[in-house]
Ligand binder design. Sequence first.
Ligand code: GN1
Ligand code: MG
Length: 371
Amino acid sequence: MNPAIMAQKFDVAGRLVTIMPQGAGNVNDTYLAIFRTTFSEERFILQRINHHVFARPEDIMANMRVVTEHIHARLEDEADDADRIWQLPRIIPSKDGGAFAKDYKGNYWRAISLIASAHSYEQVQNMKHAYEAGYTLGQFQRLLSDIPCELLLDTLKGFHITPEYLKEFDHAMNDNGNAEDIKGISEVNYCLKFIDERRDWCSILEDAKERGELKLRAIHGDPKLANIMIDDATGKGTSIVDLDTVKPGLVQYDFGDCLRSACNRSGEETLDLGTVHFDLDLCKIIIKGYMKFARGCLTDADIHYLYASIRLITFELGLRFFTDYLQGNKYFKVQSEIQNLNRARVQFRLCESIENNEDAIRAIIDKYTKP
Ligand code: GN1
Ligand code: MG
């Protein structure tokens, strides 16, 4: 369905001027829509929700409403004491008052307000950017910390439950007709061995949750660097976007994902595997920024598992990319048959680098958490 037609189904003043693809999301399709009246202009974000991934788009909108209303109210309350104007997108209703509009093919579309005069980046631009990324994630976690997580629906079953991804991988290996054929490929063998060696360890966070050491709370779910908005004018973090995966989870998933994405200067798509490493200087500055707001919301047990979460979320994303490659690239958007294989190798390389730097990473975490 034509995005220009769908853009006009939302409650926005003026006439559509243009619509253009925005960002590089791996799941949904995102556009920037520009509307003008005779005296002004409004820009907003239009998205087609991938309902093969999000089976119940109604539920992600319900979660988004709970979280945005809660955070907007807190930000208003705290505005006078804040050092910047924090923002979070709001849902723009459809013309008939709903949270989304459906096209004739059954696709769900939604509109959200644009965080204007700000940008996000796939890779860290400088040390200030890294600090602000951590600081912004910490602020967001603080703002989420008093939402009773029973108010949020489980919109994506198994999301970040690493042992579940491992089961899906095993299933793909056993059921996939071509799994045997690809076993001779050295890149594939590297991944198979990598996964196998971490099999027993990969339930580390879920086991801690089972034992009651770690508790569910409202999380973002996908706070990769590219979802953290930086104000063009001040260089300060101002918002986190992409609220699809806001749901109950462990705070470690968010911490791990932010570090995984930001400390890899080569990015998720590099073909030059030799350059992939976990940058300790970035790690240090991000954690320093993060702890400013987050420290007060973390228990000793939470802190205990922070290192493991960086390693685990990196491993998990590699496992997810690799399984999707085995299953014929059904989940993550790809431009080539082997893109998910390559993405998996990047994450596994990064994971190895994290493992090799375990002591240094733990020392950084200690430095910013111990009194
Ligand atoms: C996906 O769609 P996007 O790019 O916001 C994925 C995340 C991954 C990320 C890796 C719902 O996010 O979990 O970390 O790709 N989102 C979902 O770039 O699976
Ligand atoms: Mg996302």
